[in-house]
Every structure is written in C-alpha cells, then in structure tokens.
Design a protein around this ligand. Structure first.
Ligand code: GDP
Ligand code: MG
Length: 195
C-alpha cells in the first residue's frame, strides 16, 4: 500500500541520515610487515586530517585504533580506524557495520598479495551493507622488486568490486589519495545502500 511504502521510505531516509552522522568504522587488514602502521602514521600527518582522538593510541607497535576526523570539501567525516593485527582478522571481520575495509599488501611480497585476496574473499562473505573495499599495493618505492603486477591486482579488484591504489608509505606517495579515496567511498555508502 502507499502508506507502507511511505513508511519504508522514511525508514530508509532515517537509516541514510544515521549513516551520514555516524562515526564510520574503517578496518585496515593485511599481513604483518606490509606497512599498515606506516600508512596510519602518514594519515595522521595529512593536511586533510582534522581532530584526532588518540585515546586508543598504542604507539603503532601492534594493533591500534584511532578516532579521526577528515576535512574534505568543507565537510567533516569522522572515522574510527582500526589497524587489525595480523592473525586477528576473523574476529574483526565479524564486527557489525564496517564502513570501509582497507586491505594492504606489499607489492614486493607475493604471499602478502595472496593473503590479501583471501581477505577480500572473506569480506565478501560477511559484507552486505554497502561498505567500501580498497585494495592497497604498498611499497611502490620498491617497484623494481615487484612480485605482483598492476593488471593482476586490478583483475582481482574488478571481480571483488573493490578499488585499487598503489602507494608508498615510506615516501608518502599517494597516501593522501588513499585517505581521500576512502572518505569519498564512505560518503557514497548511502547511495550504494539505496540501490
Ligand atoms: P605492519 O606490520 O603492516 O603494520 O607494517 P609496518 O608499518 O610496521 O611496516 C613494516 C616494515 O615495512 C617497516 O620496516 C617499515 O619501515 C616498512 N615499510 C612500510 N611501508 C613501506 C614502504 O612504503 N616502502 C618501504 N620500502 N618500506 C615500507
Ligand atoms: Mg602494524
């Protein structure tokens, strides 16, 4: 009936509003040593980075969690970025309402890529809320030791509906693009849900 449809629309609108106002949960996943902590550290120095709540800061030693707000196009997006320690993926993948998954591998380490592909498959099994998925090939400064070419990685991304970016945390190359890309994808989430 029209009344029911109206109620459904209002439910949906409320859900979209909630998503816009929420603190967005972002998981960083990938093998030990691929550069997750280094990337997070570079995020903190980004010109887009606004207020930071470092109450969960554990000194980037292992897993850590940071609540940050990013200012982009005069709009603030607050994220809770969780650097998931290697081996703890399964418990984190069950977290409800993750807004974005940043899956990292090192382009000079093939086994870290194969593990990233497994993580993408695991995400696909649990994800149905329009979350953004970004595959990150880190250590692009070591391109001469590359063990995974861009085409292979892009192929994986198109079959997993994820974005792909090559960065270097060491040189701070394209790390801002990754941060901006993540925020942009998070902002598109209500649109993906409406589909
Ligand atoms: P995590 O275990 O995924 O958190 O990885 P870390 O951030 O601790 O980095 C592991 C090692 O890789 C450290 O020695 C970093 O200095 C190094 N590393 C991180 N990012 C890069 C990068 O972009 N290029 C290079 N050459 N080394 C990097
Ligand atoms: Mg780390």
């Amino acid at each position: 009936s029209p009344i029911e449809r109206n109620m459904r629309m209002r439910d949906r609108d409320r859900r979209v509003e909630e998503l816009k106002a929420a603190v967005h949960k972002v998981l960083m996943l990938g093998d030990h040593g691929v550069g997750k902590s280094a990337l997070l550290q570079q995020f903190m120095t980004s010109e887009y980075m606004g207020a930071v709540d470092a109450s969960f800061d554990e000194g980037f030693t292992d897993a850590c969690e940071k609540t940050v707000s990013v200012l982009l196009d005069a709009e603030e997006t607050t994220m809770d970025i969780i650097d998931v320690a290697y081996g703890k993926e399964q418990e984190h993948l069950n977290l409800p309402d993750v807004a974005a998954y940043i899956v990292v591998y090192a382009m000079n380490d093939r086994s870290s890529f194969l593990h990233a592909v497994e993580i993408l498959q695991d995400i696909r099994k649990v994800e149905d809320k329009g979350a953004a998925v970004i595959l990150v090939a880190n250590k692009s400064d070591l391109v001469r030791k590359r063990k995974v070419n861009s085409e292979e990685a892009k192929g994986i991304c198109s079959s997993h509906r994820s974005k792909y970016i090559e960065v270097s945390a060491a040189l701070n190359h394209k790390v801002d693009d990754l941060l901006v890309g993540a925020v942009t994808q998070i902002r598109l989430r209500p649109k993906r849900l409406e589909r």
